[in-house]
Ligand binder design. Structure first.
Ligand code: ATP
Length: 240
């Protein structure tokens, strides 16, 4: 069974549906890219997958030994979060909180895990630095180290490259690809066509007619043409 299986999911607020009938699954080694126009419910889906919100109908099933707290999450960054007054070390350690239960301190095991993930994400030398003084790329690698403290199975990334320059964006994608090749399932919401390069599967969200399939299937679909044209128009508009 896959880590996550979503069956006939309808999502929305106060009984009002935003997106209906989502069917997809994410298994070990999958890299799922979630795309769709603004307001189609991508962030709402992420909240549902994290059990922060209930679906109107349908099911999210966990399998293959995945526990609810074993999903690492890299949130969409707000201006406030970029200014967060904590050190890199404090932020990465907070990723282990679900494992601490009611214990009000970090054990050696959690500290060792945070050290390992900071080294892996190349922010160990920055551990005493204040998060808000880091570059955008360093901030994202810190948040990725934090997400990896919560899981070695599934990470959820919500528009992780927003605001990063092309070189840092490419480096960040490479890190996610390396993690995926190590066996971690990646679920990434993105507006960036480049993100599709790394995906094995695509979920293109649409109010009633969403697409889910392999990248190859997506590249042969009308949804892909629509997404490509919309993105080209958007990028063209930004350049003017
Ligand atoms: N807490 C909420 N209560 C009511 N409606 C909400 C709430 N949060 C989001 N919405 C609405 O739900 C719809 C989907 O929002 P969501 O943020 O999930 O879309 P999205 O696809 O992630 O958008 P974007 O691409 O702009 O980030 C939008 O119309 C939004 O206004």
């Amino acid at each position: 069974m896959a880590y996550l299986t979503c069956k006939n999911l309808t999502l929305g607020y106060e009984g009002h549906a935003i997106v209906s009938d989502l069917n997809f699954k994410v298994g070990k080694g999958d890299y799922l890219c979630i795309v769709g126009e603004n307001g189609t419910g991508k962030s709402t889906l992420i909240k549902t997958l994290l059990h922060l919100q209930d679906a109107i109908s349908g099911e999210v099933m966990a399998g293959d030994g995945l526990k609810a707290y074993e999903v690492g999450y890299l949130p969409q960054q707000t201006v406030v979060q970029k200014d967060f007054p904590a050190t890199v070390e404090e932020i990465v350690l907070s990723g282990t909180l679900a494992k601490c239960g009611w214990r009000p301190f970090y054990s050696k095991v959690e500290k060792r895990m945070a050290e390992e993930k900071m080294k892996k994400m190349d922010v160990w030398n920055l551990r005493k630095s204040c998060y808000r003084n880091l570059s955008g790329g360093q901030q994202q690698r810190t948040l990725l180290a934090r997400a990896l403290c919560a899981t070695s199975k599934v990470i959820l990334l919500d528009e992780p490259v927003t605001g990063l320059d092309p070189k840092v964006t490419a480096e960040f994608y490479q890190v996610t690809k390396d993690l995926n090749e190590e066996g971690i399932a990646v679920i990434m919401v993105s507006h960036d066509v480049q993100a599709l390069t790394y995906a094995t599967h695509i979920l293109h969200m649409d109010q009633r007619d969403s697409f889910y399939g392999t990248k190859e299937e997506y590249m042969n679909s009308d949804k892909w043409k629509l997404f490509k044209n919309t993105e080209e128009d958007r990028i063209g508009g930004e350049k003017k």
